[in-house]
Design a protein around this ligand. Structure first.
Ligand code: B12
Ligand code: SF4
Length: 481
């Protein structure tokens, strides 16, 4: 049986660079020795009309086509390739976050035959066997499918507890070189995911529904094994750990850091983090292990909003964490959400004050989007703030944070955001970060070009630099920066 796995086009102004399709590489790894399997990443081709993928389908003639999904514009591309596959007689299976969170609606699409819900490795293997042996599908846990025009949802599959038992992601099936980037601290950097799920309960996050607040992680030893493999085969010297929350399991983190330090593993790394995870012991451990950057989803500077979204830390913890981090060489990234329901203009100003106060190397403001299945999206739905789109394709341009929904005007938010972007660029240039070049490919940022120039002019005319304005604690922020 021939299988083709497709990573639809995910590239947007926010995500300009191709990422290794780790989800497809993970499911491919468990079946690649028994079946003929190909991974095709549409992010590596310019093929809006689908000519390239049609040619691939015609050449490979797959029996089964698998497509991964996230809520966002990539859905349209996924639907197009599913149509092309179906027209050529292949069966089509979707997996990934979006299809898992909304399996019934996904299956209402005429070009999709199956949905693998949540973790894919076992369910996908059983599905292939069932198709090959013409067995029924009703015993496959975690599968949703169509039978005589009816949509059937099988019971959930228990999570894989021992991630070390999984084979290494199928790096052999992708053009690894295309996913390696140069950054300040690493000449050849790549992305890895070493755990699944998170124990926290931020109400806007997919993990509550998708991972049921359960955490499973590869062991420290296994992470080092995968790093050694990537170093030996592809010369990797830097990694971004893109787990839901890489640092969450303290014993694992401690063991990993100790080993990297003691064995002097020649790799630098960065990952995401939470403000309440940072203390002196944590900083000492990750610094010794060559962590060079930590990124934080801080979401808000208003305690009321932090409580409302069940972030389970307070603004003062954010400030304390950054006071500690700012005395180290670790670069920091901070992101905030704007437009969370109930947010007032006062809340937004509190966020801006905290953003100014903590002086992260890179600060970003993102509009809040209610992703399906999260408790906050359900809140929005119940309170009439959103209606879930009725068709799969309509999730592609699902937008919530329109200007009439945020407490501050879009123009004002953009202006403030642009001022932080200037600082991001300056900090990157100061550090010689080549990665910053990718920012110039980002159309969103280009739109902010006007405010940047004005800001530069004012800042340098005063001769006092960007962050010379009085600290919010000394002088309340009445006007934009
Ligand atoms: C890398 C990444 C990306 C990459 C793209 C990845 C890719 N496929 O090329 C980029 C940077 C482009 C990206 C973009 C976005 N992302 Co993103 N991303 C991630 C991240 C960090 C890792 C994904 C990953 O590889 N996980 C590891 C694999 C092993 O797990 P997995 O993907 O769940 O796959 C398993 C199962 O889902 C299943 N499976 C998955 N696909 C398939 C396919 C088949 C056929 C089968 C059978 C099974 C199957 O099997 C896999 C193994 O068990 C996750 C967070 C996370 N840690 O998971 C967020 C995440 C998936 N992204 C998210 C979001 C919100 C986005 C954006 C919307 C952000 C934005 N505002 O721009 C965009 C959407 C882009 C678009 N154009 O539509 C959300 C998903 C929310 C949702 N409802 O879909 C997540 C969960 C982050 C979060 N906490 O909110 N993302
Ligand atoms: S936002 Fe981060 S910390 Fe919060 S639940 Fe999601 S993964 Fe966990």
């Amino acid at each position: 049986m021939k299988i083709l796995l497709i990573n639809p086009n995910m590239r947007t102004a926010y995500n300009p660079l191709p990422f290794p399709p780790l989800s497809l590489m993970s499911i491919a790894a468990v079946v690649q020795h028994s079946y003929e399997i190909t991974i095709h990443d549409r992010n590596l081709y310019k093929d809006a009309e689908g000519k390239t993928i049609a040619a691939v389908l015609d050449r490979l003639k797959p029996d089964l086509v698998g497509v991964t999904s996230l809520t966002g514009p990539a859905i349209l591309d996924g639907v197009m390739v599913s149509r092309l596959a179906k027209e050529r007689g292949a069966q089509v299976v979707w997996g990934g976050t979006h299809a898992s969170l909304l399996p019934e609606q996904t299956l209402q699409n005429p070009y999709i035959d199956f949905v693998v819900m949540n973790e894919g490795e076992e369910t996908f293997r059983e599905l292939i066997e069932a198709i090959e042996l013409h067995r029924g599908y009703n015993n496959i846990l975690g599968l949703a499918y169509k039978e005589n025009g009816e949509i059937k949802l099988n019971p959930e599959r228990p999570f894989i507890q021992d991630l070390d038992a999984l084979p290494m992601p199928a790096w052999n099936l992708v053009p690894v070189e295309r996913y390696i980037y140069r950054f300040t601290k690493a000449r050849r950097k790549i992305v890895m995911v070493t755990s699944r799920g998170c124990l926290f309960r931020c109400s806007f996050c997919y993990v509550i529904d998708f991972h049921k607040r359960k955490y499973r992680g590869k062991s420290a030893g296994r992470i080092l094994e995968e790093l050694a493999f990537l170093r030996k085969n592809y010369g990797i010297d830097g990694v971004r750990f893109d787990d839901d929350l890489f640092v969450i399991h303290r014993p694992r983190l401690r063991e990993f850091c100790d080993w990297v330090y003691k064995k002097d593993v020649p790799i630098t790394w960065d990952s995401n983090c939470r403000a309440d995870q940072v203390n002196s012991e944590f900083i000492a451990a990750v610094t010794r292990a060559k962590c060079h950057r930590l990124t934080f989803g801080l979401e808000s500077g208003s305690d009321r909003i932090l409580k409302f979204i069940e972030k389970d830390f307070r603004a003062e913890q954010i400030v304390r964490a950054f006071d500690l981090l700012n005395n180290t060489d670790i670069m920091t990234g901070a992101s905030f959400l704007i437009g969370v329901p109930t947010e007032t203009e006062e809340d937004i100003w509190k966020t801006i004050e905290v953003a100014k106060r903590i002086k992260a190397y890179h600060t970003h403001f993102y509009p809040y989007t209610p992703f399906p299945g999260s408790p906050l999206a359900e809140y929005c739905r119940k309170n009439g703030l959103i209606q879930y789109p009725q068709r799969l394709e309509h999730w592609a341009d699902f937008e919530y944070a329109r200007s009439d929904r945020t407490a501050m005007s879009e123009k004002e938010i953009k202006k403030i955001s642009a001022q932080f972007e200037v600082r991001n660029v300056l900090n990157s240039l100061q550090r010689g970060e080549l990665a910053i070049l990718s920012n110039f490919l980002n159309l969103e940022h280009l739109q902010n070009f006007g405010p940047w120039i004005n800001f530069f002019r004012q800042a340098f005319r005063s001769g006092r630099g960007i962050w010379s304005s009085a600290h919010p604690a000394e002088k309340p922020l009445e006007k934009p920066l």
